[in-house]
Design a binder for this molecule. Structure first.
Ligand SMILES: *[C@@H]1O[C@H](CO)[C@@H](O)[C@H](O)[C@H]1NC(C)=O
Ligand SMILES: *[C@@H]1O[C@H](CO)[C@@H](O)[C@H](O)[C@H]1NC(C)=O
Length: 321
C-alpha cells in the first residue's frame, strides 16, 4: 500500500513539471533509475529532459548500423553528459542590435547577385546553398555580439567562428544536430532576411520540449550549440533564406571529442547495449552527424507546429511569466 501511494504521488509529480517538484523527483530518481545508474545522469537533471534523453538513448541502442549507432552514442554523450548547461532552457530569441542587422542586410543586398555556392554541407539536403562572404565584417560582428552572448550565458567567452552569409535554397532541409564540441558552445543564428514562407528552426530545450521558432529578419536565436539539437526538418518553401552563424566557447574550454569517446566506449561495452529493433521507439538514423527519424513526416517526429515569434508565449512556455 505504501509503495502504491508513493508511485501515485510520483506520477502526479511527473505530470506537473514545476521546477521545485522536478528537483524532488530527481532526488528519488537517482536512487531508483536504472538508466541513470548504468549510463550516467543526464545534465541538467530536469525531469522532462531526462525523459527525452532516455528515449533518445533507447533509440540509439536500436540503431541497426553500428557506425551510425556509434556516432549517435558520441553525440548523445556530448549533449547529455559531457557538456554542462549554461542557461535554464538552452535557447532564447532576441532582437539583433539594429546596427548589426543593417550592416548584414546591406552586405547581403550588395552581394546577392554575385553570390557564390557554398561547398556541399552534410547536414543540408537538396541544392547546395548560396554564400555571400562578409570579409572583415564577420570578425567585427562576432566581437560586437560577444558581450550579449556572455550576458546570456553568464560566462566569459572567446570568439570561435562567424560563418555566413549562407543563402538557403528552395527545398533545403537541415538535419537535427549539435555543433562542434571544441569550438561551438554558445552560439547564435542571426537571421538577416528571406523571401520565403516561415521556415522554422526546430530546437529541443531542457524542458524536454521541441519548439519551432520562426525567426523574423532582425532577430537572432541564442542557443547552447553543443547541447541542444536543432535543425530545419521542413523543406524551405520560397526563394531564399539568409542567416549568419556566430560561435563562441568559454575562455577556459578544454573539452574534446576524446572525452566523449571515453563515455561512449563505456556504454558500448556495457551488457546488452545494442538492442535489435523491436518497434518500441521511433526509428532513429544518422547522416553524417545529423539525426533523422525516417518513419515520420519530414523525417522528424517531434514537430509541434510553427511558433510565429510571439515572445510572450515563448516566455510562458519557459515558465517565466
Ligand atoms: C541548468 O538547467 C537547470 C534546469 O533548467 C537549471 O535549474 C539550472 O539553473 C541551469 N544551470 C545554469 C547554470 O543556468
Ligand atoms: C534590406 O535592405 C533592402 C534594401 O535597402 C530593403 O529593401 C530590405 O527591406 C532590407 N531587409 C530588412 C530585413 O531590413
Amino acid at each position: 500500500m505504501r509503495r502504491a501511494l508513493a508511485t501515485l504521488a510520483l506520477v502526479a509529480l511527473e505530470a506537473t513539471a514545476e521546477p521545485w517538484l522536478d528537483a524532488a523527483v530527481s532526488k528519488s530518481h537517482k536512487k531508483r533509475d536504472p538508466i541513470a545508474k548504468k549510463y550516467g545522469q543526464w545534465i541538467p537533471e530536469t525531469h522532462m529532459w531526462r525523459k527525452r534523453l532516455d528515449y533518445r538513448l533507447a533509440q540509439v541502442r536500436r540503431i541497426e548500423s553500428s557506425q551510425e549507432r556509434w556516432d549517435a552514442a558520441m553525440n548523445l554523450a556530448v549533449s547529455g553528459l559531457l557538456v554542462k548547461n549554461f542557461t535554464s532552457v538552452g535557447y532564447e530569441v532576441v532582437k539583433t542590435p539594429r546596427h548589426v542587422h543593417e550592416k548584414l542586410n546591406a552586405t547581403l543586398v550588395a552581394g546577392f547577385d554575385q553570390q557564390r555556392t557554398e561547398h556541399k554541407v552534410d547536414q543540408i539536403s537538396g541544392e547546395v546553398a548560396g554564400f555571400v562572404d562578409l570579409g572583415r565584417l564577420a570578425n567585427e560582428i562576432m566581437e560586437d555580439l560577444r558581450p550579449m552572448h556572455e550576458e546570456w550565458s553568464q560566462t566569459k567567452l572567446r570568439a570561435s567562428n562567424a560563418y555566413g552569409l549562407r543563402i538557403y535554397r528552395p527545398g533545403n532541409t537541415l538535419t537535427m544536430h549539435t555543433d562542434k564540441l571544441e569550438t561551438h558552445v554558445i552560439s547564435a543564428i542571426v537571421h538577416v532576411d528571406r523571401d520565403a514562407e516561415p521556415w522554422p528552426i526546430v530546437i529541443e530545450g531542457y524542458d524536454g520540449r521541441s519548439v519551432e521558432v520562426d525567426l523574423q529578419p532582425g532577430e537572432m536565436l541564442f542557443y547552447e550549440s553543443a547541447k541542444c539539437i536543432h535543425g530545419r526538418p521542413r523543406p524551405l518553401e520560397g526563394k531564399w533564406y539568409t542567416s549568419l552563424f556566430v560561435h563562441y566557447r568559454p575562455i577556459d574550454w578544454s573539452l574534446r571529442m576524446e572525452d566523449a569517446r571515453a563515455l561512449a566506449e563505456k556504454w558500448w561495452g556495457s551488457e546488452g547495449f545494442h538492442v535489435p529493433d523491436d518497434g518500441a521507439y521511433d526509428r532513429l538514423q544518422l547522416t553524417g552527424t545529423g539525426y533523422y527519424e525516417p518513419d515520420c513526416e519530414h523525417r522528424w517526429c517531434d514537430l509541434p507546429g510553427v511558433d510565429h515569434g510571439d515572445a510572450e508565449r515563448r516566455a510562458a512556455a519557459r515558465g517565466e511569466l
